[in-house]
Design a protein around this ligand. Sequence first.
Ligand SMILES: *[C@@H]1O[C@H](CO)[C@@H](O)[C@H](O)[C@H]1NC(C)=O
Ligand SMILES: *[C@@H]1O[C@H](CO)[C@@H](O)[C@H](O)[C@H]1NC(C)=O
Length: 227
Amino acid sequence: MFSAMKLLSVLSSAALLVSAAPAAPKVCDASAATMNLPAGQSLIVAPTTGPKFVALGVGVQNYTCDAATSKYTSVGAVASLFDISCLVKTPAFANIQTVAQMAWSVLPPKVSATTIGEKLGAPALLGFHYFIPNPITGTGLSPKWDFTSTGKFKGDASAFIVAAKAANIAAPQDSAKNVDWLMLNNVQGSLATQVFRVDTVNGQPPTSCTPGSANISVKYTSKYFLY
Ligand SMILES: *[C@@H]1O[C@H](CO)[C@@H](O)[C@H](O)[C@H]1NC(C)=O
Ligand SMILES: *[C@@H]1O[C@H](CO)[C@@H](O)[C@H](O)[C@H]1NC(C)=O
């Protein structure tokens, strides 16, 4: 027979389980965030409205060796996107990409970028950035920011943006190491109309390569502003 004592103990351990479940990560209003664009350039233009999302990207830029030039060329990227909206009004916002890169760069290659979240106070995982075949022309690759598989938009099939590059500038600091800053416009999806990649840390390939050598992945972090 299932005793009252036993039932009580089952109930209280269930209550414990519920109270021990992790709280959903806090999400804040991103619209007050501003990009720290370099002065004296007019290629990357900040929209006049605030962003819908500000994300920290942690991932890799992939390259293949072009045998004709002995230089690396880009073959896409993969990154985890963490919500940093709650840092917008704190001093930590400015350098979060540098802090993340310090943690990311020392992790063994097999360890996923999503684990970086735990080291940064567990911000919400908004989604993933990766490349797909160009959906319009069918040739080449297009970058996608995809929030459909995790977090608040999980299951919402339209919560993505595929974009096309509209402008790029060299990173204002250490552009031999840090990948370009970009402005991209919507091609597909209803998540945003524009994406900006700024505050990049690392991601550039070595200056030359040996024809026939393997593809490489170079770890990088950056901020992504989605408007
Ligand atoms: C990039 O390289 C990583 C391994 O470092 C791989 O998991 C990923 O599929 C590659 N992505 C592309 C677009 O080449
Ligand atoms: C490098 O990546 C490209 C594009 O993803 C792929 O076509 C090629 O087979 C890869 N090369 C090697 C050596 O793995």
